[in-house]
Ligand binder design. Structure first.
Ligand SMILES: CC(=O)N[C@H]1[C@@H](OP(=O)(O)OP(=O)(O)OC[C@H]2O[C@@H](n3ccc(=O)[nH]c3=O)[C@H](O)[C@@H]2O)O[C@H](CO)[C@@H](O)[C@@H]1O
Ligand SMILES: C=C(OP(=O)(O)O)C(=O)O
Length: 440
């Protein structure tokens, strides 16, 4: 039965939440364990849906995955890996984007892989052309099938000179996970350099890989014949941290995020301070609060790292609905990431979407028919509404808006949020929100 979350808004969120390992790193570290000839250990693993999906996918390929019940420590033993049945793999079609990253590791282990159709948030077309192009350059043969792709390496995988058209996070990870055991040297230009990529590189280096990152977005990988296991503590989830920080700001609250790391939030914190949020840092985490006085409008463009991340855009848009004046947000990473603003408008927010680029960052969407710039006029008095969650970050931003709004919101589709936010209902309740869960 589907769950209904009822929120009585208007209470400042106050207290502490604990953020564990990053959704955008942990499942990939789990995939990396497949490359090893020995078991690996991953710490700081959150209980989120994407981890569960990847656990199941690894298990049907013969990897033994165990985790302790509370501490978040996972062991992954890939010594008896085999090719899973298509019918078993099909069960995971449409669930997550991570299966595409099984290509390289499974080809190295089994000579072939079947990858189900991908899921993930519907925030644009999300093609996998860069992934397939780099894999073909390594020598892979790709066969598109009705419900996925079959990929094989009849002549083995060889290092290649590669350049991405855009610094895609997933395609960069695809190259790393394939090149480390490919024969010879791989050079990747225009690579993504997000903190989660650096964490994955640290993991692969522990396993025995030789990887050099240059300052000009070039990554060089010298293939090795064998990799061992790793023991690693996953970096904290900077997107979850930014979401709680935004929740503190919008509800005029005060939240200590245990586990948050300042280093990976630089671009977010600059904007947070400009709009009127405050933060302080200690060894264990970060405290975020509303500094008092009216929030200030601003101009914001999303970008690849080290820019303002696209996954921070949605909670920040909710904060900007409360700023006194007109703000502009130019989304340059995904062509269709403002769908969540429809519900905010129904709640009373003043938001207009435009096809033009309202900003100066180079953007692939300006000459095309995409509503990828937003003009936000505030402050708006938000009112509770019925909301069906459309995607992960947009969905969490709806919760923030409902928590700040006057009156009652009835929220469905909250299962989507558990793909990336661990125990979020308990956390919101623990911060003093007036919420109830029922079945419908
Ligand atoms: C599980 C995970 O880590 N998800 C993150 C990852 O997604 P993901 O790795 O899917 O995002 P990418 O960096 O690959 O996508 C960036 C852009 O490149 C385009 N593209 C990508 C691949 C491709 O083959 N062809 C192509 O055109 C995409 O459509 C998008 O416009 O990085 C995004 C950008 O930081 C984040 O929002 C997601 O939270
Ligand atoms: C877009 C996101 O995730 P995914 O790539 O898993 O869909 C996200 O985490 O906001």
């Amino acid at each position: 039965m589907a769950k209904l979350l009822t929120i009585q808004g208007g209470k400042p969120l106050q207290g502490e939440v604990h953020v564990r390992g990053a959704k955008n790193l942990v499942p990939k570290a789990m995939v990396a364990s497949l490359l090893g000839s020995e078991p690996s250990q991953l710490r700081n693993v959150p209980e989120i849906k994407d981890v569960e999906i990847v656990t199941n996918l690894l298990t049907i390929h013969g990897v033994k995955v165990d985790r302790d019940s509370t501490g978040g420590t996972m062991t992954l033993d890939p010594r008896e890996t085999y090719s899973a049945e298509h019918s078993e793999i099909d069960a995971y079609a449409g669930d997550s984007r991570i299966p595409i990253l099984f290509c390289g590791p499974l080809m190295h282990k089994n000579g072939e892989a079947f990858i189900p159709d991908l899921g993930g948030c519907r925030i644009g077309d999300r093609p996998i052309d860069y992934h397939l192009e780099v894999l073909r350059n390594f020598g892979a043969v790709v066969d598109k099938q009705p419900n996925g792709i079959h990929i094989s390496a009849p002549k083995g995988l060889r290092g290649a000179k590669l350049e991405l058209p855009y610094p895609s996070v997933g395609a960069t990870e695809q190259v790393l996970l394939t090149a480390v055991l490919a024969e010879g040297i791989t050079e990747l230009k225009n690579a993504a350099v997000e903190p989660e990529i650096h964490d994955l590189i640290a993991i692969l280096q522990q396993m025995g890989a030789i990887i050099t990152v240059y300052t000009d977005r070039t990554i060089r990988i010298e293939g090795v014949a064998r990799l061992s296991g790793f023991k690693h503590r996953a970096i904290p989830d900077r997107n979850e941290s930014a979401s709680w920080a935004s929740a503190a700001l919008v509800t005029q609250g005060d939240i200590y995020v245990r586990g948050a790391a300042q280093r990976d939030l630089t671009a977010f914190l600059n904007i947070y301070r400009k709009i009127g949020g405050e933060f302080e840092v200690d060894e264990e985490g970060m405290r975020f609060w509303h500094a008092g006085g009216p929030l200030k409008p601003l101009v914001l463009e999303t970008d690849v790292h080290p820019g303002f991340m696209t996954d921070w855009q949605q909670p920040m848009v909710v904060a900007l609905t409360q700023a006194h004046g007109v703000s502009i947000v130019h989304e340059t990473v995904y062509e269709n990431r403002f769908g969540f603003t429809n519900a905010l408008k129904r709640m009373g927010a003043g938001i207009q979407l435009h096809r033009e680029c309202l900003g100066s960052n180079p953007c692939r969407f300006g000459q095309r028919n995409f509503l990828h710039s937003a003009v936000i006029s505030g402050p708006a008095e938000l009112k509770g509404a019925d909301i069906d969650i459309p995607d992960l970050r947009g969905g969490f931003s709806h919760l923030i808006a409902a928590l700040a709004a006057a009156g009652t919101s009835n929220v469905t589709g909250i299962e989507i949020i558990s793909r990336g936010y661990e125990h979020f209902i308990d956390k919101i309740a623990g911060l003093g929100a007036d919420i109830a869960i029922s079945e419908r």
